[in-house]
Design a protein around this ligand. Structure first.
Ligand code: TYD
Length: 253
């Protein structure tokens, strides 16, 4: 049997050529990385959970008219997606201060922001994904002014949707990152949500206890990452039917 062609391998996912032109198969790995891949581990079941969770969020977004690259889930770890030209920017939306924003501005983590704030970071691991301004983006041609306006509008719609989803299950959406891609329809281009939406790229805090249910559990050694993601999936009702989080076999006497 012919082996399918790997198009790209990143830190948490692999892209393979899809069955039809204009499609890719996106495979979710169990690898977790932080601090620009200086900290690494394998978290059993993370890929399965993120595949499901990204499907859940992208399907919901499509239902409210926000276009995404998601076509369908193929199996436990893979989904069929539309091929896009990724815009080389990470689009971050923040509702509460945390992470690098808290460090940069001296704001206590958890401080509510006056309104959602959209930031852009250049996707460049060698530079550590630096924060860039809209001026930089236009001047260096990473995106046009119209793209920027569309990206901000899309990001804010994703924020409203995700905040609502999470609020409904007692979770605060502190911040998140998305990636956006271009697709061509004839001579016209359209921007759509790409990559993934999962607890790997969000900050999610339990509204009652403040417990972290996102990748900070791994970044800051706060406990078991798969348990945290399983809790998010369980609350949203999207737990895969098969066991995802490998537990040690127990002896039956
Ligand atoms: P940020 O606080 O800027 O960085 P860090 O996660 O290093 O403290 O991140 C804001 C949100 O965006 C957070 O939920 C993590 C997410 N994010 C990514 O998933 N990948 C990235 O490359 C960046 C810069 C942020």
């Amino acid at each position: 049997m012919a082996r399918r062609k790997k198009v790209y391998e990143g830190k948490a996912k692999i892209l393979y050529e899809g069955p039809e032109p204009g499609t890719f198969v996106q495979y979710f790995k169990d690898d977790a990385t932080a601090f620009n891949a200086q900290k690494k581990d394998i978290i059993d079941g993370k890929g399965v959970l993120n595949n499901r969770l990204s499907e859940y969020f992208m399907t919901g977004l499509a239902q409210i008219g926000v276009p995404t690259h998601f076509l369908k889930r193929l199996n436990m770890r893979e989904q069929l997606i539309r091929q896009v030209e990724i815009i080389p920017l990470e689009v971050i939306v923040r509702n509460y201060a945390a992470g690098t924003m808290s460090e940069r501005l001296g704001l206590e983590e958890g401080t509510q922001l006056p309104r959602p704030i959209v930031e852009f970071c250049l996707k460049d691991d060698n530079l550590g994904d630096p924060l860039v301004s809209e001026e930089h983006i236009i001047a260096f041609g990473w995106a046009a002014q119209q793209d920027l306006d569309d990206m901000i509008a899309l990001a804010l719609r994703v924020n409203d949707f995700m905040s609502g989803c999470m609020f409904g299950v007692g979770i605060r959406l502190v911040d998140f990152k998305i990636e956006i891609g271009r697709v061509w329809e004839g001579d016209f281009q359209r921007l759509i949500i790409a990559d993934e939406i999962s607890p790997d790229s969000c900050r999610l805090w339990d509204m009652e206890t403040g417990e972290k249910l996102d990748k900070d559990v791994f970044r800051r050694d706060l406990g078991d990452l798969a348990d945290a993601y399983t809790e998010v999936a369980r609350r949203l009702g999207v737990l895969p039917s098969n066991v995802t989080h490998a537990t040690k076999p127990t002896l039956i006497n």
